[in-house]
Design a protein around this ligand. Sequence first.
Ligand code: ZN
Length: 243
Amino acid sequence: MRYLIISDIHSNMPALEAVLRDAPRYDEVICLGDLVGYGPDPNACVDRLHDLAKVCLAGNHDWGAIGQADLTIFNRDARQALIWTQGELTASRLAFLKSLSPQQQLEGGILLSHGSPRDPVWEYLVDISSAMINFAEVGFEIALVGHSHLPMALAWWEEERRVQPLRVELGTRLQLGARRFILNPGSVGQPRDGDPRASYALLDTEEMTWRFLRVEYPVEITQERMRAKVLPQRLIDRLEIGR
Ligand code: ZN
């Protein structure tokens, strides 16, 4: 099975459309959460993912939008965007977001989580020590996570009980199967690794390979829509620098 893996779309429809156009052939779509928040197109993004994704997780911003997370946890800009999002989402879109879980099992020991395997909503899996704990505490062969908006591949060396971050060039195939991995496809709608292009990945469970991919999208269209909705300026500015 060839899975298109996307995460952290954040109501950015031009970025989502660019990924769907750019992606090489795939069988199913998996979304690791944060469909909404920050961006200008919450209803359109929810509709597209509702129609498209075989599996769709809930992220912390989705929880904020449906009232399941206290908005005081979020920073001021994120909170302002979530309050606006709450006012935009229609009842059917809210019901869909409420039906989502932040964690789900896939075939073959593949665990899908928005944040981390042990804390699927809130933990940012961005360093070796948090990865160590997750490899040690949770049983999975491959864990797919989102939430940090940073593309990442971490391998577990069982013999030495060590985590190794891997540098994987865009478009090249990382061979899976021989050891355990934590993989993050990066963010479609608000990348934070200094590259403003939408980030996504392809997981092939027959070849057992993973590929990171990037695609440019019209950032200025998303920014224009955000201005029209009077969303926070800092959220508008960060899209063009990818931070
Ligand atoms: Zn996010």
